[in-house]
Write a protein that binds this ligand. Structure first.
Ligand code: PLP
Length: 382
C-alpha cells in the first residue's frame, strides 16, 4: 500500500461498516479472569486510559504512515513528548535538545532539570554540535526540524550517525509535527522515535487535540504501561476518531498546503515591506539543499520578518481572511506573532531570531489569491 491508501485503509480491513465506529466505552467486559492474559498480550482492551479500539486504530495508521513498528496516542502533543522524555530519562541522565523549539517543549525540559535530568540546548542544525555535546549519560537527542518558528533544519541522518557512533542506545527523536510523514519520515533517516502534535496537520481541522509517539514496540509498550497508564494523559476516543478522519485526507491537504505556501512565500519575498522570508522551499533559504534532500516537500509553515518591526501589530490586526491565532495545520490560514504569542516566555528569543518583526503563518487551504490579497492589504495598512 502507498501513502494515501495506508492512511485510508490500514486497520480497517476486518469490518463491514465503511466508516470507523467510535468506541466511547471507558471499560471492557471480561468473560473470565484469565482474560487479563489477553490484555497483557495486547489481544483485548480493558480500560480506555491504557487502550481502546478507536485509539488503537489511530495508532495503527500513524505507525504505518511513519514506517514504525508501533505507536501510542496521547491527549495532546505535549502529553506525547512528556511521555517520551519520562520513559527515556531519569534523574542523573542527560538529554540534548534543539535550542529553538516549541516553547512548551522547552519549558518541559527546564522542568526536567528540576527533577535532576541534565539538559543541553544545542544548535542541532550542525551535527558536530551534537557530537560535542554527547555524554556517556546521554539518553535522548530530541530534534525539532523544521523548528518552530524559524524553520531552521537539522540533518536527521547526520545527527543519527554521530549519535549511534558514540552510543547505539541513545535515542534519537524527531518532532515531525510541521512536516508530517507525508513530507518527512525520520525513521527512514535513522531516528528511533517520532513524536507529533496530532492536533495540527494529522487532524487538520482544528477540532481535536492529540499526540502520538511512534517507535519500536518495546519503547512504545514502556510508554503505554509506564507513563500513559500512570500519568493518565489518554486521548478521548472522540478526538482519536476525528484525527482518524483527518488522516484520510492528509496527503491531499499537505499537497495543497504546500502549493499555497510556496505562492505566499514568493509573494512575501518580493514585497518591499518584508525583510526576509523563512520557507524551506525558497532557493534563498540557507538550508535549501538539505530541505530537498531530507524532505519530499516543504510543507505549509513559513515565517517572515518585517522591514519595520514596529508595524507587526498593525499587520496582524489588519488581516481579514487569515485568522490571528496560535496553533497550525488547520484548513484556515493562521497568522501569529511568536514574540508575544507562542514564544512569549522563550528565553533569549531575539538571539534565536524570534524578533518583534517576525510573523508566523500556517498556510491554509483557501484559494491562494485570497490569502495573498489579504496579506497585501494588511501590509498596505502597516
Ligand atoms: C512543533 C510542536 N510540537 C509540539 C506541540 C505541542 O502540541 P499540543 O498543543 O498538541 O500539545 C506544538 C504545538 O503547537 C508544536 O508546534
Amino acid at each position: 500500500m502507498r501513502f494515501s491508501t495506508k492512511a485510508i485503509h490500514v486497520g480497517e480491513e476486518q469490518r463491514d461498516d465503511l466508516a470507523a465506529p467510535l468506541h466511547q466505552s471507558t471499560t471492557f467486559v471480561f468473560e473470565r479472569l484469565t482474560d487479563l492474559e489477553l490484555v497483557a498480550r495486547g489481544e483485548k482492551f480493558a480500560y480506555t486510559r491504557v487502550g481502546n479500539p478507536t485509539q488503537s486504530l489511530l495508532e495503527k495508521k500513524v505507525a504505518a504512515l511513519e514506517g514504525g513498528k508501533a505507536s501510542v496516542v496521547f491527549a495532546s502533543g505535549m502529553a506525547a513528548i512528556s511521555a517520551l522524555v519520562l520513559s527515556a530519562a531519569k534523574g542523573g541522565d542527560h538529554i540534548i535538545s534543539t535550542d529553538i523549539i516549541y516553547e512548551s517543549t522547552h519549558e518541559l525540559f527546564e522542568f526536567l532539570r528540576e527533577l535532576g535530568v541534565e539538559v543541553s540546548f544545542v544548535d542541532t542544525s550542525n551535527a558536530e554540535n551534537v557530537e560535542a555535546a554527547l555524554r556517556e549519560s546521554t539518553k535522548l537527542v530530541f530534534l525539532e526540524t523544521p523548528t518552530n518558528p524559524t524553520m531552521k533544519l537539522s540533518d536527521i541522518k547526520a545527527v543519527a550517525e554521530v549519535v549511534k557512533d558514540k552510543n547505539e542506545n541513545t535515542l534519537v527523536a524527531v518532532d515531525n509535527t510541521f512536516m508530517t510523514p507525508y513530507f518527512q519520515r525520520p525513521l527512514e533517516l535513522g531516528a528511533d522515535v517520532v513524536v507529533h502534535s496530532a492536533t495540527k496537520y494529522l487532524c487538520g481541522h482544528g477540532d481535536a487535540l492529540g499526540g502520538v509517539v511512534v517507535g519500536d514496540s518495546e519503547l512504545v509498550s514502556k510508554m503505554r504501561r509506564g507513563v500513559l497508564k500512570d500519568f493518565g494523559g489518554a486521548i478521548s476516543p472522540f478526538n482519536a476518531w476525528l484525527i482518524i478522519r483527518g488522516l484520510k485526507t492528509l496527503a491531499i491537504r499537505m499537497e495543497r498546503h504546500e502549493k499555497n505556501a510556496m505562492v505566499v512565500a514568493k509573494f512575501l519575498e518580493e514585497h518591499p515591506k518584508v525583510k526576509r522570508v523563512f520557507y524551506p522551499g525558497l532557493e534563498s533559504f540557507p538550508q535549501f539543499e538539505l530541505a530537498k534532500r531530507q524532505m519530499s516537500g516543504f510543507g505549509g509553515m513559513l515565517s517572515f520578518e518585517l522591514a519595520d518591526e514596529s508595524r507587526a501589530q498593525r499587520v496582524l490586526e489588519s488581516v481579514r481572511i487569515c485568522k490571528l491565532a496560535v496553533s497550525l495545520g488547520t484548513v484556515e490560514t493562521l497568522i501569529e506573532h511568536p514574540y508575544s504569542m507562542t514564544h512569549r516566555r522563550f528565553p533569549n528569543k531575539e538571539a534565536f531570531g524570534i524578533t518583534k518583526g517576525l510573523i508566523r503563518l500556517s498556510i491554509g487551504l483557501e484559494n491562494v489569491e485570497d490569502i495573498t490579497e489579504d496579506l497585501e492589504q494588511a501590509l498596505e495598512r502597516a
